[in-house]
Design a binder for this molecule. Structure first.
Ligand code: HMG
Ligand code: MG
Length: 297
């Protein structure tokens, strides 16, 4: 099993999409450029979704064309449909992420489409991406619970993940959108998906509503997952998931990995400083316990 864990930094997208106060385009660009300098290999930069649905990220093209893209760093963006894919391509994007859910009720609220309908929307994107040389990541949301439906059967998580994988998504990120999961449930969910899809093509994505995200990640690492999504300073939440709170903080994940003897290539001090800078920009204290502890020493 590899000792390297790739962190997918989702702060500029998942971290900011739910932020009610305006964040300037220049600050978004500064955030991504600072993150690029920490050694992160993947930084989800923004979303080419409908600006009516997520006004905070209406400046996606300006942000993407304004950042300094470093060689060896991937900058994926979210796209919900072909219109988003067209906008992303025009901005020079080389990797996109499509997103659906294991819960029909949540997917309707988030994308105004059923699960089958969203998969059908992705088909032409995957086909075009193959020709365009664009990599496509896939997200499955609500894998450990849904704010509208409640329990989500494991079989639904598995079939949606498999559908995305069969379509050609190189990696499937399993999202605990509202952060209700606990370690035994997270392990069972990952095992069920990994029985159908190679572990090397899976990522985990935990929100930290009940403070369980780090415990869940540690358990999933034990199971063999080697890609972890997180957001600097623990920013984030989905505007269409009632009760969704921040993502697990990237700084806390890096500290955990260090303790477990796993490499991720990230400069923790630089990352924590960026987390505190972002929190300051938003007028609050960083939600990362690691970020707070490092500031105090
Ligand atoms: P809709 O209203 O059904 O779309 O929304 P439509 O196709 O009927 O179009 C309506 C209008 O939107 C039209 O404009 C379109 O042009 C425009 P009008 O003619 O009325 O002026 N439009 C667009 N504009 C720009 N870019 C586009 C685009 N698409 C349509 N791509 C839609 C359907 C999917 C577009 C909408 O529901 C949407 O954008 N949803 C995104 C919601 C979102 O971003 N949620 C957060 C991300 S998911 C998440 O956070 C979970 C994750 O982190 C994992 C986890 O935690 O589980 C990934
Ligand atoms: Mg999320």
């Amino acid at each position: 099993m590899s000792d390297f864990v790739r962190i997918v930094e989702v702060g500029p997208r998942d971290g900011l999409q739910n932020e009610s106060q305006a964040v300037s385009t220049a600050d978004k660009i500064a955030l991504i450029d600072r993150l690029s300098a920490t050694g992160l290999r993947t930084i989800e930069a923004t979303s080419f979704v409908s600006p009516r649905w997520v006004p905070q990220l209406a400046d996606a093209a300006e942000v993407f064309t304004g950042i300094t893209r470093l060689p060896g760093v991937a900058y994926p963006v979210l796209v919900p449909n072909e219109q988003g894919y067209d906008r992303a391509l025009a901005a020079g994007v080389q990797e996109v992420a499509v997103f659906t859910a294991a819960s029909e009720a949540f997917n309707r609220r988030n994308t105004n489409a059923g699960i089958d309908e969203s998969l059908a929307r992705f088909q032409p994107i995957l086909q075009r991406a193959l020709v365009d040389g664009v990599r496509v990541r896939g997200y499955v949301s609500t894998v450990l619970g849904c704010p509208y439906q409640g329990e989500v059967p494991l079989a639904d998580v598995v079939w949606v993940a498999r559908a995305l994988h069969r379509m050609g998504c190189y990696e499937i990120s399993l999202g605990d959108t509202i952060g209700v999961g606990t370690p035994h449930k997270a392990r069972a969910m990952l095992q069920a998906v990994a029985a159908e899809i190679p572990m090397s093509a899976l990522a985990v994505h935990f929100h930290d509503t009940y403070g369980q995200a780090i415990a869940n990640i540690a358990t999933c690492l034990e199971e063999g997952v080697r890609v972890v999504d997180s957001a600097v300073s623990g920013a984030g939440g989905c505007p269409y998931a009632k009760g969704a709170s921040g993502n697990v903080a990237s700084e806390d994940v890096v500290y955990l990995l260090r303790g477990l003897g796993l490499e991720c290539g990230v400069d923790l001090d630089a990352l924590a400083a960026t987390g505190r800078w972002l929190a300051g920009l938003l007028g609050r204290t960083t939600a990362s316990r690691t970020g707070q502890a490092l500031a105090a020493t």
